[in-house]
Design a binder for this molecule. Structure first.
Ligand SMILES: [Zn+2]
Length: 465
């Protein structure tokens, strides 16, 4: 399914319907009646939309920290209340504009509404994101008018960006000559996703290649200080810090890796609480990087020699923090995904991703598609690797799909912040809550969802390579 960045749109009134008994009415009276209704409507609209001409209507961006919205009205305005509405373009299961009532204060200019969206409270959208805003203005009689919607695009103006584009992907960079090289890597990664997995890009992707990890981290609030790349699923945007001397090796594989996360997320977006086990998520991304590197092969050989692979089930969740164990977990994940694709092909892989997106547990989805649960898959993979059987504890009762927490379950860490909810409400006037959850009826598990999403993000989404 394809999800476009959703946004609030003006409410469309249902078209007038001809009454059931209209065919018995003389046409003349019908037309007269309709014309009269129309006239009344127009009059009402004209009365409601009292002309308001702001002296100033601006959004001042201090990226990535905050956006200050300023509205100035003439002193003689009839407006008594102002509500700011804003949103950013992104892909989300449920998305609504933020609505913030803002106090009007008398200033030299007249009446001023001044409010700041503090992005530093929960994270910022990536560069390239479009923000729109408008003001709903109400007079004492309750007549409301809305200022024309305006928009701007967040940009990281610290650097002089260059751009290359191909195949629905646009890559921005500023240091060295890395752009074409990395775009070529992205194109190759996309081809592997399409050829071997049948997964295609559904929404255009933006890459921002920073000249160093430090430069990149300064563009993202609340990113781990070790992060070298961050993908913003909901914005279809990937940020990576790539020094020119690391571009050919680390840069290329990381571009492919992060792109795979994004494209897989687009293909199997879940609005019902589905999630992918980490071994599958990371294994697919490793697979998309191309032929395994020496590191991966070394880790595989070592674990095979020691018979030290982790139980696959233990890799459903977060990966080990310890770097050596994490390396082994990535290598194992790659190997299991490679086994699935080599043995069964791409169609079952797509079915698996869609079953997970539909809310099935890893056991249920694997059983449905391959006739094996997680332990059964592990046993088959171990046999194919020539490893001895591993005794399995009883399979735990699968968590029912309905109980699986869901906040942007397949979302990236940085896509978790929802700008409106992150915004500070003005004093005494709470902003309308805007909670972005996938699927309804999930409010009771919201907190659980946040915790789950956080562990998901820590475990899976940001990877120091
Ligand atoms: Zn990854």
């Amino acid at each position: 399914m394809m999800y476009n960045g959703s946004r609030a749109t003006a409410v469309t009134r249902p078209a007038h319907r001809e009454p059931m008994n209209a065919r018995w009415l003389p046409h003349f009276f019908l037309k007269l009646g309709l014309a009269g209704s129309l006239l009344l409507c127009l009059t009402a609209v004209a009365a409601a939309q009292t002309a308001v001409s702001p002296l100033r209507n601006e959004a001042l961006v201090n990226y990535p920290n905050d956006v200050r919205f300023v509205l100035e009205l003439p002193a003689d305005t009839a407006v008594t209340r102002a509500t700011l509405r804003y949103d950013v373009d992104k892909t989300a299961c449920l998305d609504a504009a933020a609505q913030v009532p803002v106090e009007l204060t008398a200033t030299d200019a007249g009446l001023t509404a001044d409010w700041t969206w503090v992005m530093s409270r929960s994270g910022n959208p990536p560069p390239g994101t479009t923000l729109w805003w408008e003001w709903a203005l109400t007079d004492a009689a309750g007549n409301e008018t809305t200022t024309p919607r305006q928009s701007l695009t967040f940009s990281d103006d610290r650097f002089d960006w260059q751009t290359v584009a191909a195949d629905g992907m646009t890559l921005h960079w500023y240091r060295g000559d890395v752009g074409p090289l990395l775009l070529e890597a992205a194109t190759a990664g996309l081809a592997r996703l399409e050829d071997d997995m049948g997964i295609q890009l559904q929404n255009d992707v933006q890459f921002y290649i920073y000249g160093s990890a430090a430069d990149m981290r300064d563009a993202v609030l609340y990113v781990q200080d070790w992060a070298g790349g961050v993908a913003f699923d909901e914005y279809n945007t990937i940020l990576i810090g790539v020094t020119p001397d690391s571009a050919a090796d680390w840069g290329r594989s990381t571009v492919r890796h992060e792109l795979a996360h994004l494209v897989t997320g687009q293909f199997a977006r879940s609005c019902v609480g589905g999630y992918r086990p980490t071994w599958l998520e990371e294994g697919l991304a490793m697979y998309a990087e191309g032929e395994p590197t020496g590191d991966i092969l070394d880790a595989l050989n070592q674990a095979q020699a020691d018979n030290s692979f982790a139980p696959l089930r233990s890799l459903n969740g977060s990966f080990p923090a310890h770097s050596e164990a994490a390396g082994s977990a990535y290598a194992q994940s790659y190997s299991v995904v490679d086994y699935l694709l080599t043995t069964y092909g791409r169609v079952p892989m797509q079915e698996l991703l869609l079953a997970l997106a539909a809310g099935r547990s890893a056991d249920q989805a694997l059983q449905q598609v391959y006739g094996l649960n997680v332990d059964g898959l592990e046993a088959a993979w171990r046999a194919a690797m020539g490893l001895p059987e591993r005794p399995y504890p009883p399979t735990p009762t699968p968590i029912s799909a309905a109980a699986v927490p869901t906040i942007a379950p397949m979302g990236r860490p940085a896509s978790l912040p929802t700008p409106a909810a992150a915004a500070a409400p003005p004093p005494d006037q709470p902003a309308a809550p805007r909670i972005e959850i996938c699927g309804l009826g999930m409010i009771p598990v919201l907190l659980l969802g946040v915790l789950g999403a956080q562990s998901w993000q820590i475990g899976q989404r940001r990877r120091a390579k």
